[in-house]
Design a protein around this ligand. Sequence first.
Ligand code: ARG
Length: 456
Amino acid sequence: MGKLWGGRFAGATDALAHRFNASLPFDVQLYDEDITGSVAWALTLGGAGILTADEVATIIGGLEQVRAEFQGNTIVFDQADEDIHTVVERRLTELVGPVGGKLHTGRSRNDQVATDFRLWTMRAVDRLQGHLAALQRALLASARANLELPMPGYTHLQHAQPVTWGHWALSHFWPLARDAGRLAAARAAAAVLPLGSGALAGTPVAVDRQALAAGLGFAAASQNSLDAVADRDFALDFLYAAAVLGVHLSRLAEQLILFSSAEFGFAVLDDAYTTGSSLMPQKKNPDTLELARGKAGRLIGHLAGLLATLKGLPSAYDKDLQEDKEPLFDAAETLELALPVMAGVVGTLRLRPERMAAQLEPGLLATELADYLVRRGVPFRQAHELVGQAVQLAETRQVTLADLSLADMQTISEQFEAGALDVFDVAAALAGRQVMGGTAPQALQQQLAAAEAAVD
Ligand code: ARG
């Protein structure tokens, strides 16, 4: 058997054109979904009285044999095979004879491939959710073990206010929780069955598409056959979820690269996730984290690429749509490696509390001093100005804010009194932020419990 569509052609396809046209090198990934969809279609044809019970049994037996050949890696491709659908049908017919040719009754590769690809996407989401939850659990474990460990908090990458390691670790947990929601939304978008749409106008076979949908694990059947064979919104939703997740992994990676540098030294990466230099014997490079950061680029690119592919397409199928698969395959493969690697990095991270403590300088408590003045009735704007002057004075003397004496402060304002010097206390600054979402111990306990509930 050659092409699935050879009848009306007198001349052969140019060899390069065949290669250009072929999707088999990548859509071979869809073999399991293709066979599952075909089994359901054979049953549907049986139900509609188009195939006899014997024919259905023969075809399904043959399809399962083809599936076993794929699983056992014994399937042999033919030069003329154009895509996965061709391979499955050709091999089926070789195995069961001409009855195999009845399977494609009332079906087109257009509704077939859309069905396969949606099934694949639903399964890919299920795999990714597992990997995502594992990374979330690694962050939770790090947060739980170091919930109240003080460290400097940064804005603009400058010392801002004290926070804790647990607070920081949870700040990377919640974006991932939202990613799980975005992936779930992409899965829901994929769970609409196109099969039965035929090439574009709908199959002439009397089929209960809702029942077919339910049998294949879809939530509903599509409403419009012209739309159904061209709709790749679910693929965009998946790529969007993947791109945002990639951005989140990149941000986490970037921060861990900084924290493990000699300058910060807050954390030490395990040898298992680092590499050396061929030239500099002392080097321990965070390559895995750099790749996690770098891979966000290709994930973003896949989304932008498919958006561009789709923007000019009229309704119903155009071959441009064959370009939909590689970006999703690559996005899923990229994340299926990046997520467990990041979970490993986080799970093996060794913290250095003494390095964090060394960075907890009094400047991080300047806001506390302003709040002290506010408690004494000074308007915040004025308090901010006065503490700013104190910071400047300390800077000119090349001492820390806490090294100023009360007399020094009083040259700036009479409002500074004895209690002013008590504000330079990191634990008190942390404890003061009891608001929901804040960095006080009890607020963090509550946040941790909420995070644990979110991942279960
Ligand atoms: N390989 C094709 C794809 O991935 C299958 C659908 C082909 N349909 C067609 N009318 N040529 O899109």
